[in-house]
Write a protein that binds this ligand. Structure first.
Ligand code: NDP
Length: 314
């Protein structure tokens, strides 16, 4: 028989855990499934300096551990598992975990976040884990003292380039157009003498048989190519929302970000709410994700109160 859950939270980043904290305090007995990357994207970042309440900064994984502890202390049932299928046909929402466990939920909060994008080169796939990585913070240290390259010109690439530059000999930052990172991040990049920024440059090929040995890049303006010996190749070119399993059930935009009713966390399906990066392509910050997780729990609580009192819930 399927387990019955009042409030199911899918995903364990700042949005999911904040929703859990609020839902647990509202006695909704939330069950949270951690998903593929327990703790979410902050577990693969370094120091977080912009989350209020941490005057000296905090390491991303440590912060997520504290979110989890707080959610559990207040009564959230945090489980390891991946939601693989949903059926939002009826008033009771059906969810399957790891293909087999069926759960019947009165409310669902989607906080599945977003995942790193890849370039799509065959060499990138072939050498993934052997010098190619989408997480400089996880894998950068293996390249201590070596030359490495990072692709991307946004805040993530700038942040990771400065991180790598602290212990790598040289960091090539491969930017296909112009830097779009904030002025503060650009300043940090430029202040590191061992970062070389290659503008209007694309990756032609990552070279190496069993591990990364070099990268060949191409200037998009004059077509000239250049080969640099490196041991690590990092990709930081943005993210895709993790919303595939909700396609066909929940309204989304053309990139797969979930559409919510402005000013709320409500989706087009009653009793299903969305929070965090799965529905936010503009701000994508831990603190905004946490705020939207709080909104989702409050919306779920009000929805359940209306259902129980016989008021037609929106
Ligand atoms: P962005 O979307 O901001 O930047 C992506 C970068 O990757 C751009 O330079 C883009 O180039 C490039 N790119 C995209 N696709 C390709 C491709 N196929 N090949 C080569 N290059 C490519 O992503 P970020 O992850 O950097 O940032 C996401 C959001 O998170 C932003 O709003 C950012 O401000 C925020 N953020 C904030 C931080 C902070 O405040 N501490 C830290 C990290 C992120 P192009 O410009 O040509 O499209």
């Amino acid at each position: 028989m399927a387990e019955k859950v009042e409030c199911l939270i899918i995903g364990s980043g700042p949005a999911g855990y904040t929703a859990a904290i609020y839902a647990a305090r509202a006695d909704l007995k939330p069950v949270l499934y951690e998903g593929l990357q327990p703790g979410g994207q902050l577990t693969i970042t370094t120091e977080v300096e912009n989350f209020p309440g941490y005057p000296d900064g905090v390491m991303g994984p440590e912060m997520m551990n504290q979110f989890k502890k707080q959610a559990e202390r207040l009564g959230t049932d945090v489980r390891y598992g991946i939601v693989t299928k949903v059926d939002f046909t009826g008033p009771i929402h059906k969810v399957w975990v790891d293909e087999k466990t069926e759960i019947h939920c009165e409310t669902v909060i989607i906080s599945t976040g977003a995942s790193a994008k890849w370039l799509g080169l065959p060499s990138e796939q072939r050498l993934n884990g052997n010098g190619v990585s989408a997480c400089a913070v996880c894998d950068g240290f293996f390249h201590k003292g070596n030359d490495v390259a990072i692709v991307g010109g946004g805040d993530t690439a700038a942040e990771e380039a400065t991180y790598l530059a602290k212990f790598c000999n040289k960091v090539y930052m491969i930017v296909r157009s112009e830097l779009r990172a904030s002025k503060a991040m650009q300043h940090r990049v430029k202040s590191m003498p061992n970062i070389e920024v290659l503008l209007h440059t694309e990756t032609d090929e990552i070279l190496g048989e069993h591990a990364v040995e070099a990268v060949r890049v191409k200037n998009r303006k004059d077509g000239s190519t250049r080969e640099m010996p490196i041991s690590g190749f990092f990709i930081a070119i943005g993210h895709t929302p993790n919303t595939d399993i909700f396609k066909g059930w929940i309204d989304m935009d053309d990139q797969g970000y979930i559409n919510t009713i402005p000013g709320t966390s409500k989706t087009n399906v009653r009793g299903v709410f969305a929070a965090g990066d799965a529905q936010d392509k503009h701000y994508r910050q831990a603190v905004t994700a946490a705020g939207s997780g709080c909104m989702a729990a409050l919306d779920a609580e009000r929805y359940l109160a209306n259902v129980k009192s016989g008021v037609a819930a929106e």
